[in-house]
Design a protein around this ligand. Structure first.
Ligand code: C2E
Ligand code: MG
Ligand code: MG
Length: 765
């Protein structure tokens, strides 16, 4: 992955991480704030718990005291005098309530206590008890909790001990308090009230008098409360807290406090019990208070953390998917699917990189084309063609070495970049490639695959700033310059090649416009019948491009280009129409019948309406049969049968058909035997200098003799010397077309020539 994108991904992760962290911190802060707020709510809850204890306790004690008050009134009103009478009544009453003992004191605070079991404890002294004094002062009173000693064994164990409380109400007679009606109750009753669970049993309560004495404590008390007998003995309750509690209790107010036990904080509240000077204390661990909220907080935090994790996971997955699809896209965008090597787009990027870091190393961009690749495909099939391409890619892969790169441009074209020292080295490298390539055999045939290659040496020319794409184009121009030649070839880009290519490209694009401008003109080159007194026999129409910018351009410069682009079809038809228009006019004006030949391109002949078109034009201009001759070249014969059919059809439509440039390629005499042609045009090359004249003449005379026997007319082209004419005449050649008689000329000149030479001998110039 490119560094830039790795950094982008990293930045995205960091940003996402920070967002998640912030999210978690804020949610934590929020949850803590909520917890704090809810803590006070929980304290209220603790107050409620204490208040419930208070209400229950008050109910119980008030009930008990009311019972005693009623008994007290009975005693006062009934006028019971003797102790026995009172004991009997108390015994009866006691049997019907929860008290364990009852008794009535005298004015000194002594009394006989009647047990529920019927036992009587005589002379029990309660005068030292505070409750007694309060009762004597006219109040209903209840004592603190203390151990019961009456009727209990002396060395009673602590666990067997029974704790009790005294209730005391004044007994009046004639407005005077004569004693205190006492009842003893087990403090278990109060403890059961105090044992009521606080906060699902996590807290506990106690009753403490305002002077700090414990009245009763819950069995659930923590160690600090369990072990203390007084408030001041509660461990973990610091001085300030204790003083705070006492201050509040002195005011008769409720309050809150905290102490620590085993390193944990206990929170507590106290409220007046409404009984005596007692206070109800309810305590709970701080954690229990927070428990509910800490669970909510934990839950919330977990959900947020999980959400963040899922978010990060999805982000990562998303990135992963993106990276994968990016890789696939890059592969599709930058890789050639057949050979697996770079494609041109990728090559351009990489080559730019290499050239930027070249640091004095010389690099050459090359471009190669597999020659006759179409033929391989046609003959051996596409699979074999593919194999050849893969093999070539493999050779190139090894060939370019670690410092070079290459790509498949498309079809059978590859381009590359490689360091070099001199041109000689590049040339040797090309030969080595060619050697390795020719080792490949396809199918049953051993095929020598050939390459044409062009080099562009980077930085060699003045133009140092051209793009890699332009370098590839230049290497391709060099390649094209040797493509047509035989065998494997390579060439180096030069300014001449550039000029030529530019010119060709210009011609290629200017064709249509030139046609519309009427820049294409017809020239006629006379043909002379040398067997009948050198009389004008006819002419061949030859196109000339009379360019407004470049002057007269010979067909050799633009015909091959137009054949490549397909424009030749239009041009051929245009020339044919021009010729027919002139010829029709000429004949209409009574001009003598001559034979006029036009050239037909291979592509033109392959058009589906070829026969119809040429015939319709011939008809339109009223040209009689056998006056128009169509020149085909032997290189056009790809499919014998089709060619034969076309020629036959054209002959049926009244055209004369000739075989042009016979002898320029690998002419086969078989052609003469098989094809229904009327005329054979021997190529000018027959008469080029430097050939063995004798042998040449033997060949020519034999070809002509054979043609005559087959009743095929012979025309010799490119004849420049009189002596050649004499020879041709002597061997029976019918017609000569050559500079020896006349060069190609414009139509007007040809017309004049026709008038001038009518019926006369055509003089050799
Ligand atoms: P071609 O059809 O074989 O035409 C004969 C060529 O030989 C003409 O060249 C002509 O000028 C040249 N020639 C004739 N006598 C002599 C001679 O004594 N000495 C020399 N050195 N040359 C001689 P041109 O006009 O340059 O045409 C070249 C080729 O271009 C033609 O060869 C033909 O193949 C093609 N061509 C010309 N006009 C057309 C056209 O309208 N359509 C098509 N498809 N091809 C055309
Ligand atoms: Mg011709
Ligand atoms: Mg020719």
């Amino acid at each position: 992955m490119p560094e830039k994108e790795t950094n982008q991904f990293r930045r995205t992760y960091i940003a996402a991480g920070i967002i998640c962290l912030c999210f978690m911190i804020f949610s934590l802060l929020f949850v803590f704030r909520m917890m704090k707020q809810n803590e006070s709510e929980n304290m209220e809850y603790l107050y409620d718990a204490a208040d419930q204890n208070r209400v229950t306790l008050m109910k119980q004690i008030t009930g008990d005291l009311q019972t005693l008050d009623a008994v007290s009134i009975c005693i006062s009103e009934s006028g019971m005098g003797s102790d026995d009478e009172i004991r009997t009544v108390l015994k009866k009453i006691n049997d019907n309530n929860t008290f364990i003992r009852m008794g009535l004191t005298d004015r000194e605070g002594k009394l006989d206590l009647v047990d529920v079991g019927g036992d009587v404890f005589r002379g029990v002294d309660v005068s030292f008890r505070e409750f007694y004094h309060r009762a004597m002062s006219g109040q209903d009173a209840i004592s603190g909790t203390f151990r019961d000693t009456l009727g209990r064994p002396e060395n009673e164990k602590e666990e067997d001990a029974v704790y009790i409380n005294y209730y005391g109400v004044p007994v009046e007679k004639d407005g005077d308090i004569i004693g205190v009606l006492c009842a003893v109750n087990s403090s278990r009753m109060m403890r059961e009230i105090i044992d009521t669970p606080v906060l699902n049993g996590r807290g506990f309560s106690a009753v403490i008098s305002s002077d700090g004495d414990f009245v009763v404590r819950s069995v659930h008390s923590d160690a600090a409360f369990m072990e203390a007998g007084r408030l001041s003995e509660v461990k973990g309750l610091d001085e300030a807290e204790r003083e705070g509690i006492i201050r509040q209790m002195e005011k008769g107010a409720s309050g809150r406090f905290e102490y620590r036990i085993n390193g944990r904080t206990q929170k507590g509240v106290f409220i007046p019990a409404g009984v005596d000077d007692w206070y109800i204390f309810s305590m709970v661990p701080e954690l229990a208070l927070r428990h509910r909220y800490s669970q909510t907080a934990l839950g919330t935090f977990m959900i947020i953390a999980a959400a963040c994790l899922i978010f990060l996971f999805l982000l990562r997955r998303q990135n992963h998917i993106m990276t994968r699809s990016r890789e696939v896209l890059l592969k599709l965008a930058y890789e050639d699917p057949l050979t697996g090597c770079r494609n041109l787009a990728r090559f351009v990027m990489d080559a730019e990189d290499v050239l930027r870091k070249a640091n004095g190393t010389h690099y050459a961009v090359w471009y190669c084309d597999l020659k006759k690749f179409k033929y391989f495909n046609d003959v051996f099939g596409y699979e074999a063609g593919d194999r050849l391409l893969i093999f070539l890619a493999d050779i190139l892969d090894h060939g370019v070495g670690k410092d070079g790169l290459f790509c498949r441009v498309g079809a059978d074209n590859f381009a590359g970049l490689m360091p070099y020292e001199d041109r000689e080295g590049l040339y040797r490298w090309f030969q080595e490639l060619q050697r390795r390539l020719s080792e490949e055999s396809i199918g049953a045939n051993r095929l020598r695959a050939e390459l044409s290659m062009g080099f562009y040496c980077v930085g060699e020319s003045e133009d140092r700033t051209i793009s890699v794409n332009d370098m590839v184009n230049r290497a391709n121009m060099a390649q094209k310059s040797v493509k047509q030649g035989q065998g494997s070839r390579c060439a180096f880009f030069s300014s001449e090649i550039l000029q030529r290519t530019l010119k060709e490209a210009e011609l290629e694009t200017n064709g249509d416009q030139a046609l519309a401008n009427g820049e294409f003109v017809v020239y006629m080159q006379p043909k002379v019948d040398i067997q009948h007194g050198d009389r004008l026999d006819g002419a061949e129409a030859l196109v000339r491009w009379n360019s407004r910018e470049k002057g007269l351009i010979p067909p050799g410069e633009f015909i091959p280009i137009f054949e490549r682009t397909g424009f030749i079809v239009k041009l051929d038809r245009y020339i044919f129409e021009q010729v027919c228009r002139w010829f029709g006019g000429w004949l209409a004006e009574g001009g003598p019948r001559i034979n006029v030949a036009v050239n037909v391109s291979r592509l033109g002949m392959l058009q589906h309406d070829f026969v119809e078109y040429y015939w319709s034009v011939k008809e339109r201009f009223g040209i009689p049969d056998l006056c128009l001759e169509l020149e085909f070249t032997e290189s056009m014969i790809v499919d014998d049968e089709m060619f034969k059919d076309t020629v036959t059809s054209m002959r049926e439509k009244g055209f004369v058909c000739s075989m042009d440039d016979f002898g320029s390629g690998y002419s086969s005499l078989n052609l003469l035997k098989n094809l229904p042609i009327d005329v054979l045009k021997l190529d000018v090359l027959f008469f080029r200098e430097g050939t063995d004249v004798y042998r040449e003449r033997v060949v020519i005379s034999q070809v002509i003799a054979m043609a005559r026997k087959l009743q095929i007319k012979t025309i010799a082209e490119g004849v420049e010397a009189e002596e050649q004419v004499r020879f041709l005449r002597s061997v029976g050649c019918d017609v000569v077309q050559g500079f020896v008689f006349a060069r190609p000329m414009p139509l007007e000149a040809f017309e004049k020539l026709l008038y001038r030479t009518e019926g006369k001998e055509f003089k050799v110039k």
